[in-house]
Design a protein around this ligand. Structure first.
Ligand code: NAD
Length: 498
């Protein structure tokens, strides 16, 4: 039998059934269960905020923004609080890593050490704390001798932010919303994913220890109804949402009523183009396959799920990819040698399996995987790494975001054809190019209609922007672009003739 994961609940003294609103912990009667994807055991019961608690949280954030000290505080004083928060997160980073694995089954080695670890959370707070005393406006030359008018701009905080995050990287998602909101002087109501609450609840406890004025940061837990109550609330000025395109579209459709500002970080169907002059085809194939087979098992928005491979090297690419999966190890997510996450829910497992059936039915060639491991893993949501080749761009497995361990290999003959296939998608989140020809890398990278493109590798850092075009969203997270997204430009006109 695969070991139980619930032992970790007692180890970390989780106190899950409460919400942080207006500077105090609040209980609600409604609860729901958080289930662990590796075993389908109930981990704990979580408070279901619903409309009533969202109203309270937004009212607290509204009051803190409209009349509280936070938006008006000096940069030095505000920065001091963010730096304190960053230090406390650093102190708790191991515990946070374990809680994230208890939330979503990401193997503990990745939860502690990868780009979704608390280390990255600390770096994101560090980055945004650094902006606080550098959020500047402009002054403009006097336009005409006819008037002694002087113009200057300020970047004011956008107001009350409703932040809604997905389940797959709760530590980093929390930081990507809370750090820029606090840095710019906004107040915030954060909603965790109903599938992954514990790491975020622990982060809220840490925020609670950092002397923020009451109502500046609020946390609610709950499902779609709670998210909808928050994202449509008239007291919210901006929604910062990361999640699926379907929910993002719904939020956008309803945001018009009070002209909410929106940042939407949505899904993807990213293409990576592998040319035959790639320096090391084995390295390229292994790293592309490992993003679908290890870590979060393809449950990452930016995963390259379409490998566009030059026809002359398809067989070699597929052989290297097949070798890579011998490194895959399923099992106890708290074992440092486990390499791959389970699928987040039974429902999503069924959905991925049905895409695998569709791929075969559409005529793609299943090279390996396509099934589920049995025996001691049968209670969990595991799917073996799966690779299809001979995939055509019009097939559903080449068009839809599957969000699981399924890689589609699409052969191409010319650079132009590769670009056309890469751009034949409703999504435009990320992309990649493998080649040693820098001119080609530049040409193709520029021609791919996506928010980011990695040349011979892909990694995101807190100080550079990432986000999507087309159905992958609106706005960017990282660097100055985010400061702009959490502020409003205010022009002050000084009439010296008066
Ligand atoms: P999801 O859209 O199902 O849920 C995301 C959040 O939205 C959850 O907190 C959920 O409770 C809430 N929600 C659900 N219905 C809502 C509604 N009607 N109104 C308001 N909120 C609502 O997504 P998920 O399954 O948690 O995450 C997977 C998706 O997130 C994938 O599509 C993935 O590509 C995307 N994602 C994108 C990025 C990015 O940076 N672009 C990062 C991570 C994940």
């Amino acid at each position: 039998m695969q070991s139980s994961v619930t032992k970790m609940v007692d180890r970390f003294g989780v106190k899950p059934g409460r919400l942080w609103i207006g500077g105090a912990w609040t209980d609600v009667d409604e609860r729901f269960d958080q289930i662990h994807p590796a075993t389908n055991e109930i981990v704990t019961s979580i408070a279901d905020a619903g409309t009533g608690a969202v109203d309270l949280a937004v009212a607290a954030a509204r009051k803190a923004f409209d009349t509280g000290p936070w938006p008006r505080m000096g940069a030095k004083e505000r920065k001091k609080i963010l730096v304190r928060l960053q230090a406390r997160i650093e102190d708790a980073k191991e515990e946070l890593g374990y809680l994230q694995t208890l939330d979503n089954g990401i193997p503990i080695n990745f939860s502690l050490n990868s780009r979704v670890s608390a280390n990255m959370t600390v770096d994101i707070f560090d980055h945004y704390a650094g902006w606080i005393d550098k959020i500047t406006g402009e002054t403009f030359p006097r336009y005409t001798d006819a008037a002694n008018l002087h113009y200057m701009t300020f970047r004011d905080p956008v107001g009350v932010v409703g932040a809604i995050i997905p389940w797959n990287a709760p530590l980093v998602m929390f930081a990507l919303k809370v750090a820029p909101a606090l840095a710019t002087g906004c107040t915030i109501v954060m909603k965790a994913s109903e599938l992954a609450n514990l790491a975020v609840l622990r982060l809220a406890e840490i925020v609670a220890e950092c002397d923020l004025p009451p109502g500046v940061f609020n946390l609610v837990t709950g499902g779609p109804a709670t998210g909808e109550a928050l994202s449509t609330h008239p007291g919210v000025d901006k929604v910062s949402f990361t999640g699926s395109a379907a929910v993002g579209e719904r939020i956008m459709a309803k945001a018009g009523s009070n002209m909410k500002r929106l940042s939407l970080e949505l899904g993807g169907k990213s293409a990576v183009i592998v040319f035959p002059d790639t320096r090391d085809l084995k390295v390229a194939a292994t790293s592309i396959m490992s993003l679908s087979s290890t870590f979060l098992s393809g449950q990452v928005c930016s995963t390259p799920t379409r490998a566009l491979v030059h026809r002359s090297v398809v067989d070699e690419f597929v052989a290297h990819a097949q070798q890579q999966i011998s490194a895959v190890k399923f099992g106890d997510p708290f074992d440092m040698t486990t390499t791959s996450a389970p699928i987040i829910s039974r429902r999503q497992t069924d959905r991925v399996m049905s895409y695998i059936e569709t791929g075969s039915a559409e005529g793609a060639r299943l090279v390996f995987g396509g099934d589920r491991p049995g025996n001691e893993l049968a209670d969990g949501n595991w799917i073996n790494p799966t690779l299809f080749t001979d995939v055509r761009s019009d097939m559903r497995i080449a068009q839809d975001e599957i969000f699981g361990p399924v890689l589609s290999v699409i052969p191409f003959d010319t650079e132009e054809e590769a670009i056309t296939i890469a751009n034949d998608s409703v999504y435009g989140l990320s992309g990649g190019v493998y080649t040693t020809d820098l001119s080609r890398a530049f040409r193709v990278g520029r021609a791919m209609h996506t928010g980011t493109v990695g040349i011979n590798g892909y990694s995101l850092m807190p100080n550079s922007p990432a986000g999507g075009v087309k159905r992958s969203g609106i706005g960017r997270e990282g660097g100055w672009a985010t400061i702009e997204a959490f502020t409003e430009l205010k022009t002050l006109i000084l009439n010296l003739d008066a």
